[in-house]
Design a protein around this ligand. Structure first.
Ligand code: PBG
Length: 330
């Protein structure tokens, strides 16, 4: 005797039975592609994110066309400004600003493609913080919320389908929701960066949008969450849902999958994960050196994020992953 009484390996023996018991499926439908857009015609590589560029308007439209062709449902737009930065970030709600113009161009050419805009002041402030600061440098909450409301309204007016506040101010979801309703933008969705951690994995993004230099030695500890915390994430998600968020987000991704699971189990709301710039950079760097199989590891990471409970993922791999998935299926 001494045989195993159960043999879990039976189901793993052949491809057909492995496929039959597969619980999680990753599809292009699950992916959102974050894109950087700048004022210049020529696109420019982002050094710390190989394969990612700050796009000129023509390349932005070409990228959108690829997303549509690959059935990636939406783009998340991040403007990169060279000038126009100020203490109060007022360029953020310029109706003819870079983000607003990009939204209009995208919606005109590709009405079926979802366009998500980032609501936060960091691309626009001379100090690189997401909000307005007092003399000591502290980010003021309620004054910032007023600015974010203006910014979100200008995005909705330009035609954004989804506004995504990434600033972590208290009460901003409720304020934005009320303002959108009052202005008649009843269909504009809010994707709340609800559990956004003060993460060092945002480094390459801050290079990409050029806020790193402005931020200098500053940090975002007084508004983004402590990576050591988990219960606090549930309180943040609960508030954002009460205030009118349609979708909630956990950010970053891979090191925070326990949070994703807790959020999905507790609230059952549409839950999104941002696989952030530092996660992308790590996978790309090791892949380029041949230390890991970059493509297999990227797909594995995305599948695991879904398995943890994500309904969708913002990822710089979106177009690549959609292409690989198509090849896999063929
Ligand atoms: C800023 C914002 C950040 C990211 C998205 N929106 C950076 C930050 O909070 O400093 C990070 C995304 C990434 O790292 O890929 N409001």
């Amino acid at each position: 005797m001494g045989y195993p009484s159960t043999r879990p390996r039976r189901m793993r023996r052949d491809d057909f039975s492995r496929r039959l018991m597969r619980e999680t499926r990753l599809a292009a439908d699950d992916l959102i592609y974050p894109v950087f857009v700048h004022e210049h015609a020529q696109s420019v590589d982002v050094g710390s994110m190989p394969g990612i560029r700050r796009l000129g308007m023509d390349d932005l439209l070409r990228t959108a066309e690829q997303a549509v062709a690959l059935k990636v449902p939406a783009l998340a737009l991040f403007p990169v400004l060279s000038g126009d930065k100020s203490l109060d970030g007022r360029e953020a709600w310029n109706p003819d600003g870079l983000a607003q113009s990009a939204v209009r161009a995208l919606k005109q050419r590709f009405p079926e493609l979802g366009v998500i805009t980032d609501v936060a002041l960091d691309p626009y402030t001379s100090h690189g913080q997401d909000g307005l600061v007092d003399a000591s440098g502290y980010v003021l909450n309620d004054e910032t919320v007023e600015a974010l409301v203006r910014q979100a309204l200008s995005h909705a007016e330009a035609g954004a389908d989804v506004v995504a506040p990434s600033d972590m101010m208290d009460g901003r979801i409720g304020a934005i929701r009320e303002a959108l309703e009052q202005a008649g933008h009843i269909h504009t969705r809010i994707l709340a960066y609800s559990a956004k951690y003060a993460s060092s994995f945002y480094g390459p993004f801050r290079d990409a949008v050029g806020s790193a230099a402005n931020l200098g030695k500053g940090n975002k500890y007084t508004y983004q969450m402590d990576p050591a915390n988990s219960d606090e994430a549930l309180r943040e998600v609960e508030l954002d849902l009460q205030e009118g968020a349609d979708m909630v987000m956990v950010k970053p991704g891979l090191p925070y999958l326990d949070i994703v699971r807790r959020v999905k189990e507790r609230f059952g709301a549409p839950t999104f994960v941002y696989q952030v710039s530092g996660e992308y950079a790590m996978l790309k760097a090791a892949g380029e050196r041949g230390w890991i199989d970059g493509c297999a590891c990227a797909l594995e990471a995305l599948r695991c994020i879904k398995r943890a409970g994500a309904d969708g993922i913002l990822t710089y791999f979106a177009l690549d992953a959609a292409t690989w998935l198509k090849e896999e299926a063929a």
